[in-house]
Design a protein around this ligand. Structure first.
Ligand code: ADP
Ligand code: TPW
Ligand code: MG
Length: 582
């Protein structure tokens, strides 16, 4: 080696030492942060342990769960609440699959979410040579989400994250899968080059203006209606066009019906709410404006007895997804666009000359609403022990009335159906529930997302079965000291606690350990556990939890005979007429 050579080598070593480097780990974090994504929900492990650790060190909020499905549900609901994709981070194969249920559920519900999963090495997976946690995750994710991408080179991370964000939030929101093989994370590239490869997504969910003639057609139909009705769905809640939606309803004077997660978009005690006269308005309305609500099973597909005589009504549907139109029945006035833009356009057509709906229609609805509320009222009071669904929910109804800012999470069968109709909501996007699939298991993920994303106290009203699907996350709630108060409606089982095995061998298929004390689970993690046997005890315990913000679990003892099979959707539950032993 000559002198010149060794000097050159020395310079190169020096240059290397000075060159700033980055790697796949840092680029993923930088790409997310650049796009204002500040929270990750996940479960650590190979190959993403360091990703979570570094994200935390870089100032992101990283919430580590006990099971990926709950982390995924949290991400999905964070997406719903914020209009930014919630991010769930999972390990390969089994972790990925656990998160996938939540990704599919997010897509079904039109919630924006990105499932980022580590995966094994392509070369080994594709030759099926048995890598650690081997699985062709991209292929499996694809049919269950809006879009799925894989990144092989560190310099593509920026564009991949940008694509994932845009796919999740633009048009109809949904779930996106991002596959990051283990090798990607430790790929090292020049820091400046890495920085330059990042993409800040401009206008990730562009407005979609409705066609003017679609607006005219819709307004004409509404104007000619004798018995108009507006149905608000969770798409309307998601759109965050709260003031304009309220103005549209109040200026037109049209009664409205909120779907469960749209409750509170206008307060449930609003004089135009037809919430307590649901059967009447669905049957009688002649023109129905659907605002961010699909005509799926939750609305009996827009047909059948519930909807009155066939052909008796015309539908106006506002949705960002063109293919939603005519999905179940003919839509007389389809309006494709984002709800914010559509409602703003419609408002322009609602001037001082607008004729409100006939008083015979609004009066009949009002009367029905008042009769039904008056009929329900006496059932909601009384300090019964054990409680039934009505007396326990009467107590919680009052608490939410006094604390309208609180977030409400709700799942179960009877616990869901009764709570949905009994507990009034007063503010938009305060109610998180089982959504389009009626899925059990969203509870703790939803409660954690609600607490993390809003900072408000959370009341989770949970059937004892429903809670079990995500119950271990009480440890997560205690670990992060989140202001979550869980009330378990403990009726010893699924629907009721009274089933038995006709052969006498095992417990009945729908029952749990009688008199279980879920409150003790909370005490194991230093949270507050309370056993409540009366509405008064329940009220005291919930108020204390909401005031202190301490993680709390209240075991609310409910009469095991009080519920009905499948809650209010028993009609969807086939029952055998033969072969049953008495
Ligand atoms: P619900 O269960 O409350 O009836 P759905 O989930 O069935 O509501 O319907 C929500 C609808 O809202 C979906 O069809 C979705 O495409 C639509 N949507 C979501 N966001 C927007 C938006 N910003 N503008 C217009 N439509 C939207
Ligand atoms: C993922 C089926 C619907 S409701 C329910 C189950 C198991 C539990 C009802 O019991 P719970 O409520 O919560 O105690 P209550 O008040 O009536 O006693 N698996 C998934 N999702 C669903 N929907 C089911 C099973 C189901
Ligand atoms: Mg139960």
């Amino acid at each position: 080696m000559n002198v010149t050579g060794s000097v050159l080598e020395g310079n190169k070593a020096e240059a290397d030492a000075q060159q700033e480097l980055t790697d796949g780990f840092h680029l993923v974090i930088d790409a997310l942060k650049l796009n204002d994504i500040t929270t990750i929900y996940g479960v650590p492990g190979i190959p993403i342990t360091d990703l979570g650790r570094l994200a935390q060190a870089e100032g992101m909020r990283v919430i580590s769960f006990r099971h990926e499905q709950n982390a995924g549900n949290a991400a999905a609901l964070a997406g719903y609440l914020t209009q930014k994709p919630g991010v769930c981070l999972t390990v390969s194969a089994p972790g990925f699959l656990n998160g996938l249920t939540a990704l599919a559920n997010a897509t079904t519900n039109c919630f924006p979410m990105i499932l980022i999963s580590g995966s094994s090495e392509r070369e080994i997976v594709d030759l099926q040579q048995g890598d650690y946690e081997e699985m062709d995750q991209l292929a499996i994710a694809k049919p269950l989400c809006k879009a799925a991408y894989r990144v092989l080179h560190a310099e593509d991370i920026g564009i991949a994250v940008a694509r994932a964000i845009r796919a999740a939030v633009s048009g109809r929101p949904g779930g996106v899968y991002l596959d990051l093989p283990a090798k990607l994370f430790s790929q090292v590239i020049d820091a400046a080059e890495g920085q330059a490869s990042l993409v800040k997504v401009i206008d990730p969910a562009p407005k979609q203006l409705p066609a003017p003639d679609a607006i005219t057609r819709a307004l004409d139909l509404l104007k000619g209606a004798e018995k108009p009705l507006i149905i608000l769905g969770k798409g309307a809640a998601y759109a965050q066009a709260d003031d304009d939606i309220r103005a549209l309803i109040e200026k037109t004077g049209i009664p409205y019906l909120p779907m469960s997660m749209a409750k509170g978009l206008l307060p449930d005690d609003h004089p135009q709410s037809a919430g307590a006269a649901r059967s009447l308005v669905l049957k009688e309305a002649d023109v129905v404006l659907l605002l961010g609500a699909r005509l799926n099973w939750l609305l009996s597909h827009g047909k059948g007895k519930q909807w009155g005589a066939p052909g008796s009504k015309k539908f106006i549907q506002v949705d960002i997804e063109p293919r939603e139109m005519d999905s179940n029945i003919e839509i007389a006035a389809p309006v494709v666009g984002d709800i914010g833009s559509v409602v703003a356009e419609m408002l322009k057509g609602v001037g001082p000359d607008w004729t409100p709906p006939p008083a015979t229609w609004t009066g009949a609805i009002r009367e029905k609403v008042e009769t039904n509320i008056a009929k329900m009222a006496p059932k909601l009071v009384g300090n019964t022990a054990p409680m039934n669904f009505h007396t326990a929910l009467g107590a919680l109804k009052q608490i939410i009335k006094e604390r309208p800012e609180a977030m409400l999470v709700n799942e179960g069968a009877n616990t869901l159906d009764f709570a949905r109709s009994i507990i009034d909501m007063y503010r938009p996007r305060k109610r998180l529930d089982v959504g389009t699939w009626g899925v059990m298991g969203i509870g703790m993920g939803a409660a954690i997302a609600a607490a993390v994303e809003t900072g408000k106290p959370v009341l989770a009203v949970e059937g004892d079965s429903a809670f079990g699907f995500s119950g271990m996350e009480v440890e997560t709630i205690c670990r992060y000291q989140l202001p979550v108060c869980i009330v378990i409606f403990n009726n010893n089982g699924i629907y009721r606690g009274t089933d038995t095995d006709p052969t006498g061998r095992d417990p009945g298929t729908t029952v749990f350990v009688k008199g279980a004390r879920y409150d003790k689970m909370m005490e194991a993690f230093d949270g507050v556990g309370v056993n409540a046997t009366t509405p008064d005890e329940l009220t005291r315990a919930v108020n204390a939890a909401m005031d202190s913000g301490k993680p709390t679990l209240i075991n609310a003892v409910i009469d095991e005979q009080a519920g009905t099979e499948s809650g209010r959707i028993g009609n969807l539950n086939p029952q055998s007429t033969i072969g049953k032993k008495a």
